[in-house]
Ligand binder design. Structure first.
Ligand code: ATP
Ligand code: MG
Length: 571
């Protein structure tokens, strides 16, 4: 028979104060709520409450994988160095690989990921195209000797990962497997209550991406992303493009205006009484091949280092000395009659601005109404700047948002990257031996748990989505002595448990304030408070953690009142 859990027996050592070791809200809350504990740097234990949530997250993964016929199994964590040498990663993986020797001197690595293991596993077992495709996965501890383990479960040295591997006979089948996993990941994020966007992790070849990252949107994320709420477009700001609004200066003849002390865009815009995106910013750099360049970008945008290095290689910004040496005037560089010692590039967005406000190539002067084609020409155009909040979505034209993201999962098309060097082949329809076309698919289970908390908390504590809450309901009797209050609470808890609800009964002899605070700190989605006065009238108080809404519900109705929405939110 289903039973409720008694809080007095729960191992959840809570903390009154924010622990020093934590920076992120989610990390503090998981520690304070008695859910996780650190053993050593980057090593965490999941205490019973967190473990229940982890199990729920894992079971949602299992359900999604079953739907696409990806089979769960288990391999050893310890991996033979020979396999890593075969794939070429024994040296390539670097110091993150945690290596050890057995008593006979044989080398192993604690698996940071398992491409080698799975590729080896199917070699000489999956022999014919007729058996393909096959998708396999496990949920297992992974080890990475991270340079800077931090943020609790976000970046630890031992962590739980779901990793799946697909084996196909051809690229088309590989892409199908990839798409199935990608869709399953999107569904997974939704079901665990994460607001997540997918970001292309590669340059995005024609015909679609070959790897995407699933980013939970959160200020605490390590990556900066731009995304469109309207159509779902998202990209790393390093790789993303937005349509930039630039303002052309008014029509007119080229005019040199005195602009004293206007060496910066802000000062210039203020002096002329125009917005910053009506001005052009000039940047002077020296490319990898030692060619000096001047770049023009919209005044309100920043040069993007990644994009710039695509064009200029390993470049550096000119020193004041070099600026002079190349015939330029710091703070007043413009394209009109620019020094012929430099080549000129401009950001693509500036094509749209016919008339420019730009530097006058003379200290204290700028040009107005400098017309493209008439007063100057730009020979080279490129996408050079980072996306700003409010730039327009390249897909649908709505304003983009900028936020940070936590990578919770990633899917890859691998092709024959592992199968070829490791000699993992099958016999194809045409009788030829071919290497498998592979894909790999990872979700960080612990990182997902913490990302959920990072997205869903308030000043009082965690707000668990029902689907992953350690307990869905907490019943809080304000009197735990034998009597009507206790009896009612006990009855509600029993009935909920029988209806398959995960329920905790706070049977401790604690002050009501302590019970309420701790219920909010741990973050149970529904809290049922049984007090003397209410019970006398045949009611209890139901509190919804997410909205803070409280209402009195009769004893007859309370079970149905919470069971129904919980069942709906579990899916
Ligand atoms: P990152 O760029 O954050 O280091 P990664 O791209 O190296 O991660 P993958 O190899 O793609 O990570 O691993 C799959 C998933 O495992 C990641 O999306 C992430 O959720 C999780 N993960 C990776 N490293 C860690 C870690 N040190 N601690 C916790 N989870 C991790
Ligand atoms: Mg990754």
């Amino acid at each position: 028979m289903a039973r409720y859990k008694r809080m007095s027996k729960l191992y959840a050592p809570m903390l009154k104060e924010d622990p020093d070791e934590a920076v992120l809200a989610s990390h503090k809350l998981l520690l304070r709520a008695g859910m996780i504990r650190r053993g050593a740097v980057g090593l965490y234990s999941y205490l019973p409450l967190a473990w229940r949530s982890i199990m729920k997250i894992e079971n949602i993964i299992r359900d999604e994988m079953a739907k696409i016929d990806c089979q769960e199994m288990m391999t050893p964590i310890l991996t033979d160095a020979e396999l890593w040498k075969k794939s070429g990663r024994w040296n390539a993986y670097g110091p993150e690989l945690m290596c050890l020797k057995d008593r006979y001197g044989h080398e192993y690595a604690l698996g940071p990921t398992h491409e080698e293991t799975y590729t080896d596993l199917v070699t000489n077992e999956l022999k014919s195209y007729k058996q393909l495709p096959v998708m396999l996965y496990h949920i297992q501890d992974k080890f990475r000797d991270e340079r800077r383990p931090r943020f609790g479960l976000m970046r630890s040295r031992e962590f739980i990962m779901k990793d799946a591997y697909s084996f196909s006979a051809n690229e088309e089948s590989m892409r199908e497997c990839y798409q199935l996993q990608k869709d399953a990941y999107a569904s997974f994020c939704k079901r665990v209550g994460l607001k997540a966007v997918t970001v292309a992790a590669d340059s995005g070849q024609i015909g679609g991406d070959t790897s995407v990252e699933f980013m939970a949107v959160a200020d605490a994320g390590e990556a900066e992303i731009c995304y469109c709420d309207a159509c779902g477009y998202a990209a790393d700001t390093e790789a993303g493009t937005g349509t930039i609004k630039v303002i052309s200066d008014g029509e007119g003849d080229l005019e040199k205006v005195e602009t004293p002390d206007c060496g910066t865009i802000e000062k210039l815009a203020e002096f002329l009484g125009v917005p910053t995106n009506a001005t052009m910013k000039a940047l002077a750099l020296v490319a990898e091949d030692e060619q000096p360049y001047v770049l023009f970008v919209p005044g309100d945008h920043h040069l993007n280092d990644v994009k710039a290095s695509h064009v200029f290689g390993n470049y550096y910004m000119m020193s004041d000395e070099e600026i002079k040496q190349y015939g330029l005037v710091k703070g007043f560089i413009g394209p009109v009659d620019i020094s012929d010692k430099v080549k000129v590039y401009a950001d693509e967005s500036l094509k749209k601005a016919k008339y420019w406000i730009c530097g006058g190539n003379e200290a204290g002067y700028h040009f107005r109404h400098a017309k493209q084609g008439r007063d100057f020409t730009i020979d080279n155009w490129a996408d050079l700047v980072s996306v700003n909040e409010g730039d327009l979505c390249p897909k649908c034209g709505k304003p983009l948002k900028i936020n940070r993201g936590i990578e919770v999962g990633q899917v890859f098309q691998l092709g024959t990257k592992y199968s070829e060097p490791m000699g993992a082949t099958f016999t194809d329809e045409d009788g030829k031996e071919k290497p498998f076309q592979m894909g790999c698919y990872g979700i960080g289970v612990g990182r997902t748990l913490q990302a959920i908390v990072e997205q869903s908390h308030d000043e009082h504590g965690i707000i668990w989505p029902v689907s992953v809450a350690p307990y869905e309901v907490e019943v809080i009797p304000l009197d735990v002595k034998q009597g009507p209050v206790w009896d009612a609470a006990e009855k509600i808890a029993s009935e909920l448990a029988e209806r398959d609800i995960d329920v905790l009964l706070d049977d401790r002899k604690e002050r009501p304030g302590v019970k309420f605070n701790e219920a909010d700190l741990i973050g149970f989605p529904y809290q049922i408070v049984c007090g003397k006065r209410g019970i006398k009238n045949g009611t209890v108080e139901l509190k919804h953690r997410a909205t803070g809404e409280r209402k009195d519900v009769t004893l007859d109705e309370i079970v149905d009142t919470v069971v129904l929405p919980i069942e709906q939110q579990r899916t």
